[in-house]
Design a binder for this molecule. Structure first.
Ligand code: CP
Ligand code: NVA
Length: 312
C-alpha cells in the first residue's frame, strides 16, 4: 500500500458524518436485502487483530470481506508478535504494506487510536473498553428494520455504563433519537461521551431507576454485567446490578411495539431473563445478522471506495 495514501478510520460513530452514517445504513440495507452485488474488495485484504474473544465480530468481518470479493486474516495475540511486545506503531506500518484495512478488538482504546495513527490504511474498531461502534450501528440498522426511521425514536439502556452504552450515547446524538440510561451508581458511562452528546443538544438522560428509563420507549437494550476483562469483578457486579435485570415486568413498561436488543453474548438469568430474550419482542438474531451487513458497508466505504450517497 502506498504509505502516503489518504485514508479514513472508523474508531467511533462520529467518524462518519450524520449524513454519511445514514448513507451507510442505506447501503447496509441494500446488502441485507441482496440488492447490492458489487465486489469492491476484490484483490484486497483485511487484517483482524483480536486481543479479546469473539464469535460475531470475527465471523461477520471474515464472511463479509469474502462476500465483497476480499480476504480476511485472523491474528490472535498467541500467534502474532504484538502479543510478545512488538510495538503498535511497527505493527501498523508493517500491516500497511500487506493489507488494505485493519480491524482491531482490544482493551485500551488508545491502542486502537495509536494503530490508526501509524497505519497508512483504514483502521476499524471491533470493540475496545471504551466503545463498540460497529455493534451499535448494527443495532440502529435493526431498529430501522423493525421500527422505521430512527429519528425521534426512544431507546432505554439498562445496566452497565460500558463500551456499548458509550456508543449508544454517541449514536443518539448523531442520529437524532432519545436515550435514557439506567445505570447503578458507580457504573456510569464515560463523561466525555455524555458531555459531547449534551453539547450537541441530544436528548440523553442518565437515570438510576430502570422503570423510569423504559417507560413508553420503542427499544429496550442491555448488556452483560461484567465485560471482557472484568471477569474477576463478576460477584461484586452481580450485587450492584441485581435490580437492573430486563424481565417481562420491566419490558411491559415499554411501548407495546417495543423491541428488545442485546449485542450478545447474553447471560440468561442475569441482565435479561430467558422469557425476554427468547420472547416475541426480542430481535437479537436479526441484530446479530446485521453485524454482517453494516460491516460490509463500512468496509466497502473505507476500503473499497464505495461512495456514500448522502441525502440532500
Ligand atoms: N457482540 C459482539 O461483538 O459479539 P462477539 O464478542 O462474539 O464478537
Ligand atoms: N460489553 C461487552 C460487549 C461484548 C460484545 C464486552 O465488552 O465484553
Amino acid at each position: 500500500m502506498h504509505p502516503e495514501r489518504p485514508h479514513r478510520d472508523f474508531l467511533n460513530i462520529a467518524d462518519f458524518s450524520t449524513d454519511e452514517t445514514f448513507a451507510l445504513l442505506a447501503l447496509a440495507e441494500r446488502m441485507r436485502t441482496g440488492a447490492y452485488t458489487a465486489r469492491p474488495l476484490a484483490g484486497k485484504a483485511l487484517a483482524m487483530i483480536f486481543m479479546k474473544s469473539s464469535t460475531r465480530t470475527r465471523m461477520s468481518f471474515e464472511v463479509g470481506a469474502n462476500q465483497l470479493g476480499g480476504t480476511a486474516h485472523f491474528l490472535s495475540p498467541r500467534d502474532v508478535q504484538l502479543g510478545r511486545g512488538e510495538p503498535i506503531p511497527d505493527t501498523a506500518r508493517v500491516l500497511s504494506r500487506y493489507v488494505h484495512g485493519i480491524m482491531i478488538r482490544t482493551f485500551a482504546h488508545q491502542d486502537a487510536q495509536d494503530l490508526a495513527t501509524y497505519a497508512h490504511i483504514p483502521v476499524i474498531n471491533g470493540l475496545t473498553d471504551l466503545s463498540h461502534p460497529c455493534q451499535v450501528l448494527a443495532d440502529v440498522l435493526t431498529m430501522q428494520q423493525h421500527l422505521g426511521d430512527v429519528r425521534g425514536k426512544s431507546v432505554a439502556w439498562i445496566g452497565d455504563g460500558n463500551n456499548m452504552a458509550n456508543s449508544w450515547i454517541e449514536a443518539a446524538a448523531h442520529l437524532g433519537f432519545s436515550l435514557r440510561l439506567a445505570c447503578p451508581e458507580g457504573y456510569d458511562p464515560d463523561d466525555h461521551f455524555l458531555a459531547a452528546a449534551r453539547a450537541r443538544g441530544a436528548d440523553v438522560r442518565l437515570l438510576r431507576d430502570p422503570r423510569e428509563a423504559v417507560d413508553g420507549v420503542d427499544v429496550v437494550t442491555t448488556d452483560v454485567w461484567a465485560s471482557m476483562g472484568q471477569e474477576e469483578e463478576q460477584a461484586r457486579r452481580a450485587l450492584a446490578f441485581a435490580l437492573y435485570q430486563v424481565d417481562a415486568e420491566l419490558m411491559a413498561r415499554a411501548a407495546r411495539h417495543a423491541i428488545f436488543l442485546h449485542c450478545l453474548p447474553a447471560h440468561r438469568g442475569e441482565e435479561v431473563t430467558a422469557e425476554v430474550i427468547d420472547g416475541p419482542q426480542s430481535v437479537v438474531w436479526d441484530e446479530a445478522e446485521n453485524r454482517l451487513h453494516i460491516q460490509k458497508a463500512i468496509m466497502a466505504a473505507l476500503m473499497g471506495n464505495e461512495p456514500l450517497h448522502t441525502m440532500g
